[in-house]
Design a protein around this ligand. Structure first.
Ligand code: 5GP
Length: 194
């Protein structure tokens, strides 16, 4: 997605060979018109898949998911990283090791919102090692819902998550695939090459 690539080039900060900071438009401050374009792109790529719900993880997955949900006309559920006092035991839970924080934590989703018969699009901001995606897929499996595919805003193609998910036969649609962050420079994978 050209508009997203341009934004990453203009505003992304390469923190190391492994980590890209995009807190001017996705991870802290949010750019609504760009989120709208991202939502439209996800909706276009997954139209016709019969999606009934979008599942993401707080907090940075929520903005792109909301826009995709608005366009597809389906609810958006975000897995919570901390249990809320209003959440009871009626939960699906999974363990996720965080790439950026280097801690393992439980994520949870109320059983009220995911059911057998749902067709779910999983969305997240970044794909690195695929741990967040695996946690969400674990929750989907527990619920009996069907996975339509995984939509990622920025995939780091030099880390193993994308290959691991695609190797399981999962449809992964990434709007920008970063091939390298070496020498402080962002290099993208050409579109159509996976
Ligand atoms: P994974 O679970 O695929 O290893 O990592 C994905 C999660 O880690 C995303 O939800 C995202 O929050 C965070 N993450 C991974 N790599 C980066 C990165 O380079 N930059 C930022 N801002 N977040 C990242």
């Amino acid at each position: 997605m050209k508009q997203l690539q341009e934004k990453i080039i203009q505003e992304g900060k390469v923190l190391s060979d492994q980590v890209l900071k995009v807190d001017t438009f996705l991870n802290h401050q949010i750019d609504p018109p760009l989120m709208q374009a991202i939502g439209e792109e996800f909706a276009e790529r997954f139209k016709g898949s019969g999606i009934t719900k979008i599942l993401t993880i707080e907090s940075s997955g929520i903005a792109p998911s909301m826009m995709a949900g608005l366009i597809l006309g389906v609810p958006v559920i975000f897995a919570r990283k901390r249990k809320s006092v209003t959440m009871n035991d009626n939960l699906y839970t999974a363990s996720v090791h965080s790439f950026t924080k280097n801690v393992t934590s439980d994520i949870s989703v109320s059983k009220d919102f995911l059911k057998n018969g749902d067709v779910v699009l999983v969305i997240d901001d970044f794909l690195a090692n695929g741990q967040a995606a695996l946690g969400l897929l674990d929750i989907l499996k527990q619920s009996g819902a069907e996975l339509a595919g995984v939509g990622i805003v920025i995939e780091k193609g030099f880390q193993p998550g994308g290959e691991m998910l695609r190797g399981k036969g999962i449809r992964v649609e990434s709007l920008a695939i970063v091939e390298s962050l070496e020498n402080g420079t962002v290099e993208f994978r050409e579109e159509g090459v996976s």
